[in-house]
Write a protein that binds this ligand. Structure first.
Ligand code: SAM
Length: 385
């Protein structure tokens, strides 16, 4: 068989020498021969994963990122859409020596977190600065398939991983695993522990990025990630100034949900098998943070009940911005800067509105980038006032 899912170390035979009819267990089969596999370096291999006939195929480009390779496991129609819309990552090359020499981050071991991403001594980042850009090695389906056979799903995901050239395969397999002790299939563990979710071309994907996946979690993160919808490159961006030697963190949880310390502890343990040791999870700040988060939720409900009254909208938006500032939360603030700008403008408070619009623009510049619609709209509003 091309691949034994119970023996992940078994490399797949070249596709052309793996006739599917001789397989006892594997359901992998070659796609219909085409005149070429462009842009793929292997002929796509497909399998039916559910009784309804959902089909997944593996598309590999072994030349991607100067030979590190990329495999995409997806519905063939979704990948066709990628290609038609120019969404395929393309033949990215790795940074050259000069670009590499400029990097200000490093991967270091941490006594409680495995390894993590840190600012090099003597270097720092400003808010909005791109810390690094990473490219995927493996793109896997994140959607569920009704009645799917887990073994069949895992087998095609393994095919994608093992079809990568050695460098990409090792970089991916060396990523952290957090569920080994529970006997979870290694490919599932790699995804659960490291993947970034991305929606594109009508599909939802789990994407593995060998460098960005080294970032540890903080409930009050100092960095954010952004996926480029065309190249599928992932950028890590500083949310605030990050000083020399500091660790760079993103949040694994939705920062806009303002979950309590107990809810966060449960989610982090269930998916990533760790207990967060930060001040607002188990340190001296827990009770103050939990109280503030309850207040934030209450204030958001009051804002939702404002029924379009601009005075109420301004009042509750300002209250939320103060509470979020006290909590150290940057990411969810954008919409409240915007609401404060609109409401004060409506009330004829043009000077105040201009100040909020400026803050909103600065916020979106950092979080979504200067080219984002939100940043442009707030820039226009600021100029108009
Ligand atoms: C995406 S990986 C992050 C990189 C990982 N530390 C490594 O060595 O490659 C996620 C895993 O890192 C560890 N981790 C992340 N954030 C942590 C934190 N705040 N405290 C403790 N462990 C953490 C957990 O083991 C988690 O399952």
């Amino acid at each position: 068989c091309p691949l034994d899912s119970t023996n992940p170390l078994q490399s797949p035979k070249p596709a052309s020498t793996s006739p599917p009819q001789t397989c006892q267990k594997s359901q992998l089969r070659l796609s219909t021969p085409t005149t070429g596999f462009t842009p793929w370096t292997h002929r796509p291999t497909c399998t039916t994963v559910s009784p309804k006939g959902d089909e997944l195929c593996v598309f590999t480009d072994a030349t991607y990122f100067s030979g590190r390779g990329l495999s995409i496991v997806a519905r063939p129609e979704v990948v066709d859409k990628f290609l038609q819309e120019g969404i395929f990552p393309g033949r990215q090359n790795r940074p050259n020596a000069k670009e590499k020499g400029d990097v200000k981050y490093q991967i270091l071991p941490h006594p409680k977190m495995g390894t993590g991403l840190f600012v090099k001594p003597g270097k720092s980042y400003q808010a909005g600065e791109v810390i690094l850009t990473d490219y995927p090695t493996l793109i896997l389906p994140a959607e569920g398939f009704e009645g799917a056979d887990a073994d069949v799903l895992h087998e095609i995901m393994w095919q994608g991983l093992l079809q990568l050239p050695k460098e990409g395969r090792n970089a991916t397999r060396n990523l952290a695993k957090s569920k080994e002790a529970n006997g979870v299939d290694e490919i599932v563990d790699l995804v659960d522990t490291n993947a970034f979710t991305h929606e594109e071309g009508g599909g939802i994907f789990n994407v593995l990025y060998p460098l960005a996946s080294r970032m540890n979690h903080a409930c009050v993160p100092n960095a954010i990630t952004r996926t480029n919808g065309t190249t599928l490159a992932l950028e890590v961006i500083a949310l605030a100034p990050i000083p020399s030697g500091a660790q760079i963190f993103n949040s694994y949880l939705d920062p806009s949900s303002f979950s309590s310390s107990a809810e966060r502890a449960h989610a982090l343990r269930a998916t990533w098998s760790f207990s967060c040791g930060c001040d607002i999870c188990s340190g001296k700040g827990v009770s103050a943070s939990d109280a503030r988060r309850r207040e934030i939720k209450k204030t958001r409900a009051q804002l939702e009940n404002s029924k379009g009254n601009p005075e109420e909208i301004l009042r509750w938006s300002k209250a939320l911005l103060t509470l979020m500032g006290e909590e150290g939360m940057v990411i969810p603030r954008g919409e409240y800067f915007e609401l404060a700008a609109m409401a004060s403008r409506y009330l004829g408070l043009n000077g105040e509105a201009k100040g909020w619009a400026k803050k909103a623009k600065k916020h979106w510049d950092v979080v979504l980038g200067e080219a984002s619609e939100q940043s442009k709209a707030m820039g226009e509003l600021e100029r108009a006032l």
